[in-house]
Every structure is written in structure tokens, then in C-alpha cells.
Design a protein. Sequence first.
Length: 365
Amino acid sequence: MKNYLNFETELKNLEDELDKLKDPYNQDGLSEVNTVKIGKVEEEINQKLKKIYSSLDPWQTTLVARHEDRPRAKFFIENLIEDFVQLSGDRYFGEDKSLIGGFGKFNNQSVLVLGQEKGEDLDSRIERNFGMMRPEGYRKGVRLLSLAEKFKIPVITFIDTPGAYPGVGAEERGQAEAIALSIEQCMKLEVPNISIIIGEGGSGGAIALASSNKVIMLEHAIYSVISPEGCAAILWRDPTKTLEASKAMKLTSKDLLDLNIIDEIIEEPIGGAHRNKDKILKNVEISLKKNLDYFKTMSSNEILDHRKNKFLSIGREKGFKIDEKNPLGSIRSNKLEIVKLLKKNKYVGITTAIILVIAFYLLLL
């Protein structure tokens, strides 16, 4: 049974009509299949798909990223990785099934694969905790990342989580520390790591495994610091203002590529990845091959510097510049950009002035 989103009502009606036309045993009894009409309806469906998916707003994109039928990490691992050997446990507390981790071969090259798995049905979603990792999941990831570095094996991560699990038990076991250690381990790896956001990339729960040399997104995936519902509840005290929130957050792949937060967008089939899983699998495979090959001739130091430079450069054109003499060191203010910002918004300038006066006064006391 197909699952439809709330903006796909017309599409559902057309596909229901198509199913009836293709069924010779319809309600009117045995009848000849009308191939001409079937062709017309199929063409109408294709046109409708193109129209809808070429003009998705950020909130609709969020719904597509969360689609029940969207391919999960398990799907990509099973179909792209050969001889996969799954490893479990963090060696401190236990196993976290929301993270699939293990070693295998991609394109005849040994790789470590980490995938955040949401599950495919109700039972598996409960078992996988809907993709929300606990501290033991992040510590398992750190353990496997250390192994990959020891044996000089590249890393592939599939990101799909609404965020890290916020339960009391998770906090008691050091959720924040586990996420921080995972980010640190990703950043200091001397082997290439490639992250693909296949659905939701939610906050620190995602970036803990996406601090990579290359961060890639599927076309209709999202990547944000908070969910649109959470943002709307905080800023407007109205969780229904999800469209306004999702627009303001710049969470789509196109927005994030423009901001240089991500490095590449993998095109999805018309209608989303769930409508043609074979095609999205092929597109992901091509992207992974290209990006892994990019790092083959690099030394460990070059790989490490590439990752550092990537993250240090984010946002610097928005008011800061890299010192050409010391690109990894200090940053110097771009005075013109800051002056423009203050002129554009006088309240920012007034607030800044007040803060500086108060700070100066406190220093004198």
C-alpha cells in the first residue's frame, strides 16, 4: 500500500484511477484493458509529479524527508556494501540498534559504514528508537571510527535522525559528552570520511557523525539545528507555523549548498527517492565512488587539513575572512561587512553599543 503526503491528493486520485484501468477484473466485470487511456493517465501522473516536486516549499520538503517509504540506511548498506560484517556494543553499557555499524567492501575497497536506522515498520521503528541514538550508540561509533583509523580504512556514514534521544536515561549516561566525543573523533580522523544525509539530519544527533570531509545530501533531505515544529514553538509559541520556521531555518539541500554547509546534492527521482529506489541507489553509488576516489592520492595530513579547512571556512564570507598567512589560525573581522550589517539594522547597532558600554563599566569596577 502506497503512502501519500497531504499535498499529493490529486496524485493519489490519478494513481487509483490507473490501478483500476490496469485491472481487467474491475467492478464492471471482465473487460478489455484500455491501453490508450492508461497511457494518457500515466502521462498525466508524470506531469503532476514534475509540477509538485519542482516547486516544493521547505515544509513540504521536510515531509518528503520523513516519508514512511523513504529508503533507509539499512537499504543502502544491504545493496551497496559487500561482505558486510556488523559490529555491536560500545564496551561500556550496551548495544544501540538505532546505529548500524560494521566493515565491508564498497567498489572492492574496504570501508567502515555507520548508518542511523529509523526502521521500516512499527516494530522495527520501536526497536531502532526511530533513529534517535543513545550515548551507547555514539560511543559505539567512536569505537568503530578508532578501528577504521588504526587500519587506514575510509568511512561512510548514512545520516537519518530527528535528533539524539533526549530521555532521562540517555542524559544520565552522558549524552552530551558522547556526542562531543563523536564529533571530535570524526574531526581528527586521518582517513577520509564521507557523510550522506538520506532523510533527516537533526541537530547534534546528526553532526556527531557528519563532521566529515564531504557532507552530501539527497535532494529532498533536510539538515537543521532543530525541527521546524520545535523552532515554531520557540519563536512564535505556535507549533503550526512550521512553514515560516522551515523557510527561516534554511534546511533544504539547495539552501545549504548555497551556504557552503554541504558539498554536493544527489538528485532524486521525480516524486522522491521512495518512488524509484533503484535509481537513487545508483546515484548514491556514483557519488560515493567519485568522492572516495578524490582522496585516494592524499596523505593523512592532507585529508586532515582538508576537513579542518572545510569547517573553518563555513560562514567566514558573512563577516569574517581567513587570514591568508595563517588560514587555520586567527580570523580577522571584515569591517565593511560588519558596518553594512549595523547600518541595515539599527537595533543591532544600538544593542551592541549598550553591551560594550556595560562591559566597559564592569571592567572599571
